[in-house]
Design a protein around this ligand. Structure first.
Ligand code: PEP
Ligand code: MN
Length: 354
């Protein structure tokens, strides 16, 4: 059950609603949206009578949510949540462009690439310092050094940065000692958005730890859909983060396994999940056409299809010499190709708004 309070409800009024919820044996979670404050009751709410909140002037309505996901339900914020990162509003009706290399390869390559992405219309810089690789023998990311490059790229370009935390373990370079801080700590203390990858979507313990660490800093989490996860499982993974105190979850679709995946395409682009998610949840939905296709020849068409289907953003892998990228070389596009996608996406955005 959720209790919607009018915007501007005082601390005392919110406190009174929490007290009443707790008196009914429920845990109360407060979420502040752009239009209202919502108190969600967690626990066995079947026996909670809505009259419990009668007499609270701040309460506008109570809603019972029958779906398995509660905090991720659209009713939480019917107008949709806008997540602000720097001066970008993800979910504000525009298409947020996040772009950069799959892996950070060093200062000399990242800095010019970041500038080129910005010139092509990127608003947020992506780049992996900690890479989840299928093979333990493959390049695992530059680690702390990669984070240092990303921070410097942000300082030079002004773009906020998104990067993945692969766990709460300590990263080791092939020949080196473990880093001083855990991967999670390193990312949380340096990035603007924490990315959780497809492989970790079902690492529920990690979702909880990452949610608490980011909530403390009001840092959004970009959660990628598990490569074989249903939409319901995806929403419930987001629910773990919401329930652990971070209301700012950006959902990222990146293709799923199907009969086609691994044949003509690396994954199967799950475009239809965009309108479904937009209907079911208030959380912004971005699309990653790079991993979804695994092939630079299809990145443009799938990016624009996602834009047309209502995506709030695009996450695109870019490299100045795509064939030489240290990871995911087959799907990287050049900065000029990114510029073309951004131009076309802006036209679609204008048509969508009409
Ligand atoms: C990435 O963004 O580079 C990445 C590893 O993504 P995914 O988790 O979707 O494979
Ligand atoms: Mn990649």
């Amino acid at each position: 059950m959720i209790v919607c309070l009018r915007k501007g409800a005082t601390r005392d009024e919110v406190g009174e609603v929490i007290r009443r919820a707790e008196s009914a044996g429920c845990r109360a979670i407060v979420t502040e949206g752009s239009e209202a404050i919502v108190v969600s009751l967690i626990g066995d709410t079947r026996r909670v009578d809505e009259s419990l909140f009668r007499g609270c002037d701040s309460v506008e309505k109570t809603i019972r949510i029958s779906k398995p996901w509660k905090l991720a339900a659209r009713a939480m914020e019917p107008a949709g949540r806008v997540i602000h990162v720097g001066d970008v509003g993800i979910g504000d009706g525009r298409i947020a462009i996040m772009a950069g290399p799959c892996s950070i390869e060093g200062m000399d390559s990242l800095l010019p690439l970041a500038e080129a992405c910005r010139a092509a219309g990127a608003q947020i810089l992506r780049g992996g310092a900690y890479k989840p690789r299928t093979s333990p023998y493959a390049f695992q990311g530059l680690g702390r050094e990669g984070i240092r490059c990303l921070v410097e790229a942000r300082r030079r370009t002004g773009m906020p940065v998104v990067t993945e935390a692969t766990g709460s373990h300590r990263h080791r370079s092939p020949d080196g000692a473990p880093e001083e801080r855990s991967v999670l700590e390193e990312v949380v203390s340096n990035a603007d958005i924490l990315q959780i990858g497809t492989r970790n979507m079902k690492s529920y313990g990690f979702l909880e730890v990452a949610a608490r660490a980011t909530a403390a800093r009001r840092m959004p989490v970009l959660l990628k859909r598990g490569e074989a996860a249903s939409i319901e499982e995806f929403l419930l993974a987001a629910e773990y983060i919401l329930l652990n105190g971070n209301p700012d979850v950006i959902l990222c679709l990146r293709g799923i396994r199907s009969g086609e995946a691994g044949r003509h395409l690396r994954y199967d682009p799950d475009i239809a999940a965009i309108p479904v998610l937009k209907r079911e949840t208030h959380l912004p939905v971005v699309f990653d056409p790079s991993h979804a296709t695994g092939d630079r020849r299809y990145v443009r068409s799938i990016a624009l299809a996602a834009a047309a289907a209502g995506a709030d953003g695009l996450l695109i892998e870019v490299h100045d010499r795509p064939e030489e990228a240290w990871s995911d070389a087959g799907q990287a596009i050049r900065p000029e190709a990114l510029g073309e996608i951004v131009r076309a996406a802006r036209a679609i955005e204008a048509a969508r708004g009409a």
